[in-house]
Design a protein around this ligand. Structure first.
Ligand code: ADP
Length: 494
């Protein structure tokens, strides 16, 4: 939670996209609406880019990679990214208001979506500057005599970054800045519901940094086919994507023809195993808060709570109390921690999944509908479902709403089996009094990340990503930087 100072009020962002150094509208002049989810009002518009705009942007990125010094001039890249860091920091309150306008994210909890990514730009600049791009591995015996081998880490080329709407500014930064620092050129395609977090980033790059034309491009569009065109374009060497597993599969398939490197961070259905010796009064209020704070629109949210049968009712009572008292309301109001869902369609999906859970035998403990005092805006009540069948749809599909499902278990082995009963493998959580036991269970959960006793796995210095159908590759940490580099081995006379 951050004590942020901001002017409140809806703010429209940059309407134009950045292609080849120019902020421009699509040729036809077509625009699409951006809706503020807390009021259901049109907040403004963005240019509706086309496949032709995407092709132009990819061409610019290709030229900038092939024909300029960007990929070879580390000092210049460092200079540009430090400039970008400072420029974003100057625009911080504007970016925050755009975020709240587009997403309905409460101002009170916006720090992790604004301050953190801005700090991360500086982190990547420093990490990239210090990175060892040439490693001499010494003399290796070969049949033709000894050979020295050096590994040269080189940028991959043109990187297409496709981002979702749930944490748009953060993910726009996370997917593009390490790629740029590593020497790649980038085309960013932000999500339809959140174009301004991308277009505003483009405006800042164009107006307030020395990043050359074509190195960074943003194509804003209301059409999925524009993202599809990016992922299929043979001039693109790598796609980095965050979003649904269904779209991730389509992107992987589209890149197959040209064997594109693909970094995917996809859906999750994380379980939180609460052991019988856990501190319920600390673990469970935190679990309920995490479910509500971004209106549940988070891929790493541990949305399946597994409670020991011996303490089942006690656990349900704590979760119920926390969810019923949770501050839901207008995202501009200080202290509010849960805003609306991002769209009417998204709320319909959440309510539909809650109903499917009830139909499959789950017991509704609290919530389940729209808050009576918030008839306007796409609000959903914090919702708690108990006795949830681990095979039911609501246990298997990502909900992306302020919903916790609770399932009882009898033994540690059963809890691990339920946690692993998922096509997803993004994250998870274990709460327990005996740290060795909790750690042993964490190692048995088949996911890329696990939190123990509320100590988050997530941060810029540690690798983050999914196993199974939650993704390919890692963001963050040194592993995350290396994703944007190719290792070239050069054999030479000793
Ligand atoms: P959601 O279903 O919640 O909108 P998606 O995973 O479909 O989430 O969207 C995330 C991003 O992927 C958005 O920027 C969207 O425009 C883009 N996208 C959607 N379909 C495709 C596709 N077939 N190829 C490439 N990008 C796509």
């Amino acid at each position: 939670m951050t004590d942020v100072q901001t002017e409140s009020g809806v703010l429209a962002g940059e309407q134009r996209m950045l292609i080849d150094g120019e902020l421009r509208y699509t040729d036809s002049g077509a625009m699409f609406d951006v809706v503020h989810p807390a009021s259901e009002e049109v907040a403004g518009q963005a240019t509706d880019g086309t496949v032709a705009d995407m092709e132009r942007a990819v061409g610019a990125a290709r030229r900038a990679f092939d024909e300029t010094d960007w990929s070879r001039d580390l000092d210049f890249r460092y200079h540009c990214l430090i400039q970008l860091h400072e420029a974003l920091d100057r625009n911080k309150e504007r970016l925050r208001r755009i975020l709240v306008t587009e997403v309905g994210c409460p101002v009170t909890v916006s720090g992790s979506q604004i301050e953190s990514p801005i700090e991360e730009v500086e982190h990547w600049a420093e990490h990239g500057k210090a990175f060892d791009y040439l490693v001499d591995t010494g003399i290796h015996p070969t049949q033709l005599g000894p050979a020295r081998r050096k590994i040269h880490y080189e940028p991959i080329g043109v990187v297409g970054a496709i981002t979702p709407w749930n944490v748009p500014f953060y993910l726009n930064i996370a997917e593009t800045v390490p790629a740029l620092m590593a020497g790649n050129t980038v085309v960013l395609k932000p999500a339809q519901l959140t174009p301004w977090s991308g277009s505003e980033y483009g405006r800042i790059v164009a107006e307030e940094t020395d990043i050359p034309a074509g190195v960074f491009n943003v194509v804003v569009s209301n059409a999925n086919e524009v993202g599809a065109a990016l992922s299929a374009d043979p001039r693109v060497d790598m796609i980095t994507f965050t979003g649904s597993t269904a779209t991730g599969r389509a992107i992987l398939a589209a890149g197959a023809a040209t064997v594109k490197k693909t970094l995917l961070e996809l859906g999750g259905k994380s379980a939180h195993i609460v052991l019988d010796d856990a501190d319920f009064d600390s673990a469970l209020p935190m679990a309920a808060m995490m479910a509500c704070v971004m209106s549940g629109q988070s891929c790493i949210l541990p949305s399946r709570i597994l409670l020991p049968r011996s303490r089942y009712d006690e656990g349900l009572e704590i979760l119920k109390t926390m969810m019923e008292g949770f501050p839901v309301g207008d995202p501009w109001t200080p202290g509010v921690m849960q805003g609306p869902q991002i769209s009417a369609a998204q709320r319909e999906k959440v309510l539909g999944l809650i109903n499917s859970g009830i139909d499959s035998g789950a017991r509704l403990i609290t919530g389940g509908g729209v808050p009576e005092n918030l008839p306007t805006g796409y609000y959903t009540q914090p919702t708690l479902l108990a006795d949830v069948d681990p095979d039911a749809r609501i246990s298997q599909e990502e909900i992306f709403g302020p919903v916790l499902t609770v399932t009882p278990y009898d033994t540690d082995d059963e809890a691990v089996a339920i946690a692993n009963n998922s096509i997803y493998g993004l994250s998870g959580e274990v709460s327990g009094g005996d740290l060795d036991r909790a750690f042993a269970i964490a190692t048995r959960i088949r996911t890329g990340n696990v939190t123990i006793n509320g100590k988050s796995h997530f941060g810029i210095t540690s690798p983050f990503g999914g196993t199974k159908q939650s993704g390919l590759g890692r963001r963050n940490g040194d592993e995350g930087y290396r994703e944007y580099l190719e290792a070239k081995t050069i054999g030479m006379p000793a």
